[in-house]
Design a protein around this ligand. Sequence first.
Ligand code: 5GP
Ligand code: ZN
Length: 112
Amino acid sequence: MENCIFCKIASKEIEAEIVHEGDGWIAFKDLNPIAPVHVLIVPKEHIVSIEKTDNTALLGKLLTAAAKTAHKLKLSENGYRVVNNIGVYGGQTVPHLHFHLLGGRQMGWPPG
Ligand code: 5GP
Ligand code: ZN
């Protein structure tokens, strides 16, 4: 989608530090990391949020991609967190579906 930053990163029109990639998805480092490892897993096609799709195959693939990326970044043993923010109250700032992969430190609960 035009003017969507994550579409542009997925199509490599804009640079990002890509850490993993697969069929229909890409994983790249967050520009403003909030943990030692902070990676975003996004579909290559433009989808605003989980509210706007019923593509269960793609959604499953994205979660599997998060686990594969965590494994690649050696987060599996200590654990990690996968977060999906939806809409205003969810704290979503980029309207292109993405899962945050956070690791490398102890996470707190509840989230803010
Ligand atoms: P949200 O707040 O929508 O859940 O997460 C959006 C995330 O995208 C934020 O953590 C923010 O730091 C990250 N982000 C925003 N713009 C860019 C960008 O141009 N490149 C990268 N790599 N990350 C970005
Ligand atoms: Zn997009």
